[in-house]
Write a protein that binds this ligand. Structure first.
Ligand code: ZN
Length: 207
């Protein structure tokens, strides 16, 4: 087992490691498996366009399923800033756990600071970190919110994700353009209606 982790803030222990089997992705085995799959689908792998396809597909999955580690820098909240900190429209792409097809869209991530403030770019990094695995949108939303709640200990957390799932647009119901919206709220964003409404109006959602 190998683990890819976000370094914990201030020595907290986090339970948000993404565990992969067998020390990372086995590239030769993935290439062989893609070759097998395409052959089973009666694809002619000798066609010029397809000669390197197994290699490219394996490399693509490796990229899409390898979370980028980062150091979640924080700063003391010396000015006692007590309003919402929000990154909206963070673009992301993930792979759905059910079909391994992409789902992509935007995440809005906000928090009400407690004693620490997180480096601004880190909200996007957290979204990208948890996107890089076979995901369900509900779980992705919750993992981002839970990570902030546990690691940053803010007074409130709000995460809203809007995404289009290719498994719904190019196959199945073929509902092109439909968006799936999920949300997770903690602390004051969950408990205080006015704060939640402020968050929702800042991200442009109707409350
Ligand atoms: Zn799916």
């Amino acid at each position: 087992m190998s683990m890819s982790t976000i370094q914990p803030i201030d020595g907290h222990r986090n339970d948000f490691s993404i565990v992969t089997d067998g020390g990372g992705i086995d590239r030769p085995r993935a290439e062989a498996a893609v070759r097998d799959l395409l052959e089973a689908l009666r694809v002619d792998l000798n066609a010029p366009d397809l000669l390197d396809t197994p290699k490219r597909v394996a490399a693509m999955y490796e990229e899409l399923l390898t979370p980028k580690e980062f150091n979640p820098t924080t700063f003391p909240n010396d000015d006692s800033y007590d309003e919402l900190v929000l990154s909206k429209n963070i673009p992301f792409t993930s792979l759905c756990a059910h079909h391994a097809l992409p789902f992509s869209g935007v995440a809005h991530v906000g928090y009400l600071p407690g004693e620490r403030i997180l480096g601004l770019s880190k909200l996007a990094r957290i979204v990208h970190y948890f996107s890089r695995s076979l995901q369900v949108q509900e779980r992705l939303t919750k993992q981002i919110a839970d990570w902030l709640e546990t690691e940053l200990i803010p007074r409130g957390v709000g995460v809203v994700i809007e995404a289009e799932h290719m498994c719904m647009t190019i196959r199945g119901v073929q509902a092109a353009g439909s968006k799936t919206v999920t949300s997770a709220m903690h602390g004051l964003l969950r408990e205080r209606v006015a704060t939640r409404q402020e968050f929702l109006s800042l991200i442009g959602a109707s409350s």
